[in-house]
Ligand binder design. Structure first.
Ligand SMILES: [Fe+2]
Length: 354
């Protein structure tokens, strides 16, 4: 009788929640690490041990995790095998859980989107590498978006991982006229029909933002805020970026940050969405960086750009209720530090914190 009552209460509770994360764990997360853009052969691999020294609870790989750039799926597998055989990566993978998403080069084509003909095969190879033997929800649907929820009530962190490749429409290209400020070749589209995430992923994201959580991290392989340098970013789909901001506002999110990669240097950007200061923490360059791309304009940048090999660390200080964002270098030293109290990250400053 008592067992039946408990099951009923569990079902009732489940029914009250409009959605669930794909993966749930009671493990408390105090430190996240993330990085992107990795060439496993003939490039310095120090960043993996630099990250491991910081003993993160979870490591996020934000894409360009290998440089496949091919429709030859055997070659793509070989590139993943090179990563597997990189001692620093193998050691880091043993030391903490790993959650990954792809960007263009590991997807299979530079700046690629939904027209890449091998996307289903590439997705299978990605899942076999990062989630061997698992039947995760994302392995049963097109695209690699997913969400993980960690920690006990009061210290729950939801990590929402977006797929910016599988459903993405092509962007218009501009004339190749590079200046110090303009290092890419894209301009914003005015066509509201063009999508970055695709409708199915948008609907999923809307539901995910209703999952109860104390802290949320939104992972995007490409930059969400910085939009002036002509490289791929959300600002080139202004209607899609506005839709993201609208969803954050609709759900009155708290303590929510974005993470991104792709650009071969590190920076922290901030843009106010109404009263909410939204941060996009970019780390790119696990094995190679650019000295010139950080010189391009980004009027959302706070602090300095870091053009040496780097990874991102996010310390979640649950007691003092703040984030500490760190860009670390190959020696595991802080190259940039930025603190954000949770109290700042509210749409309505008058509301009490949860
Ligand atoms: Fe990329």
């Amino acid at each position: 009788m008592k067992k039946n009552l408990l099951m009923y209460l569990a079902l009732l509770t489940a029914g009250c929640s409009s959605s669930q994360s794909d993966f749930q764990s009671p493990q408390e997360i105090k430190r996240l690490a993330f990085g992107s853009c990795c060439k496993p052969r003939n490039y310095p691999q120090n960043m993996f041990s630099a990250i491991e020294k910081r003993q993160p609870d979870l490591f996020l790989m934000l894409g360009d995790n290998i440089y496949g750039d091919t429709e030859d799926m055997n070659l793509l597998k070989e590139k993943y095998q090179e990563l597997a055989e990189t001692p620093g990566f193998a050691s880091l993978r043993r030391s903490c859980p790993l959650l990954a998403i792809w960007d263009d080069h590991d997807y299979g084509v530079n700046d690629g989107g939904r027209h890449y003909p091998k996307k289903q095969q590439s997705e299978r190879i990605f899942l076999d590498f990062f989630e061997p033997g698992q039947q995760s929800p994302r392995s049963r649907r097109p695209g690699l978006y997913t969400s993980h929820l960690y920690g006990p009530v009061g210290r729950r962190i939801q990590i929402i991982v977006l797929d910016c490749r599988y459903f993405r429409d092509e962007l218009p290209k501009t004339e190749w006229d590079h200046t110090k400020d303009y290092v890419g070749w894209y301009e914003a589209t005015m066509n509201p029909e063009l999508t970055l995430l695709g409708e199915r992923q948008w609907q999923w994201l809307d539901r995910q933002l209703s999952v109860p959580a104390d802290v949320r991290i939104i992972v995007s392989s490409i930059q969400v805020l910085a939009h002036e340098k002509g490289m791929e970013n959300w600002g080139h789909y202004p209607h899609e970026r506005q839709r993201l901001f609208g969803l954050l506002k609709k759900h009155q999110v708290r303590n929510t940050l974005a993470l991104s990669g792709d650009v071969h240097f590190a920076e922290i950007s901030k843009k106010n969405i109404g009263a909410y200061p939204f941060y996009d923490f970019t780390s790119s360059g696990l094995t190679h960086t650019s000295k010139s791309w950080p010189l391009a304009k980004n009027h959302y940048r706070v602090g300095k750009a870091v053009d040496q090999l780097n990874a991102g660390i996010i310390d979640i200080d649950w007691q003092a209720r703040r984030f500490i964002l760190r860009i670390i270098d190959k020696d595991s030293q802080d190259a940039e530090v930025h603190e954000i109290p949770f109290d700042e990250l509210q749409f309505s400053k008058s509301e009490p914190s949860p």
